[in-house]
Design a protein around this ligand. Structure first.
Ligand SMILES: [Cu+2]
Length: 308
């Protein structure tokens, strides 16, 4: 009986060896297949300190994009001088620090798009989330938006190189002619409540005080005044997107709900989503929420203070 058991064991082992061999061969073959990108992780490294930290998606943080050196260069050129209230079409040029173009094959599609642009005016009252599309020339991308105010719009790019698989950020500015917003960034009243497109938006922090360097839980609830269904639909692979800015627009945090399963439908009349974010410095901040209500992209701002 034990001899039979041993022979069976040997056969099992042979089978395991064959399966393992096939798996290793497949693994090696797949590894050798071209990924499509000509860039390596070395293209996304910069020497010295004060280099932008790669984002850890499990612990979303406010990223000081402007103050740190990015391993990529972002430039923007509008087709015609940008004016407040008029559509502006522009070309973005995205290259590595050494000047290599960053093309679609070099980027991973994240939240359904290869590049997310977070565009914001100096007052932070005009925030827009735009997705550029690749142009003919490698490294060139085209996008359009309609600035509401005049001023130096800041454009943050959020993307993930294939070579590193980690989120990376870059920023540039676009001058928009016209009257700037009369409201100065940070003078907006603090409020965890906002209305947009006839819906009520409430954002509630887990604790009354949001403190610097302490992870904060946030809960977003959308309701219709007087009750009724809220036709919330996924947008860019999530039911809601939150983007936080500080008043000097030194960077941003881009966060998504903990509820990642889109098949799990939210409450019909009061859809609610929870988020986690860490903001490293005290001061006045705005969080813009972005949701899709029955096909209408709806943005709502929440101004708040972060305590030391
Ligand atoms: Cu998002």
């Amino acid at each position: 009986m034990s001899a039979t058991g041993l022979r069976l064991g040997a056969a099992e082992w042979r089978r395991i060896a064959v399966i393992t061999g096939v798996a290793v061969a497949l693994f090696v073959t797949v590894r050798e297949l071209p990924t499509g990108t000509n860039l390596s992780h070395m293209d996304f490294r910069v020497q010295g300190g004060n280099v932008i930290e790669f984002c850890d998606p499990a612990n979303p943080q406010f990223l000081p994009v402007v103050a740190v050196r990015s391993p990529v260069t972002l430039a923007v050129a509008p087709d015609a001088p940008a004016r407040a209230g008029a559509d502006c079409t522009a070309t973005l040029v995205l290259t590595t620090f050494s000047g290599k173009p960053i093309a679609p094959e070099d980027l991973i599609v994240v939240q359904t798009k290869p590049i997310h642009l977070l565009i914001v005016d100096p007052s932070l009252d005009d925030y827009q989330h735009v997705h550029p599309v690749p142009a003919h020339a490698a490294g060139q991308w085209r996008f359009s938006f309609r600035p509401r105010f005049g001023g130096a719009y800041r454009i943050f790019a959020d993307f993930t190189p294939v070579a590193t698989s980690r989120g990376l950020y870059a920023e540039t500015e676009l001058a928009v002619a016209g009257a700037p917003n009369a409201v100065v960034a940070g003078t907006q009243p603090a409020a965890w409540r906002a209305t947009a497109h006839g819906y009520d938006f409430r954002l509630r922090p887990g604790s009354l005080l949001v403190r610097a360097n302490v992870p904060s839980d946030l809960r977003l609830v959308v309701t219709k005044p007087g009750g009724g269904a809220v036709p919330i639909e996924p947008i860019m692979g999530a039911f809601a997107h939150l983007v936080a800015f500080d008043t000097s627009r030194s960077g941003f945090a881009h966060i998504h709900p903990n509820e990642t399963d889109l098949a799990q439908l939210p409450d019909r009349t009061a859809p609610a989503f929870t988020f986690k974010v860490t903001i490293p410095a005290a001061g006045r901040y705005v969080i813009w929420s972005q949701v899709n209500l029955g096909g209408t992209e709806t943005y709502a701002p929440f101004w708040f203070d972060v305590a030391p």
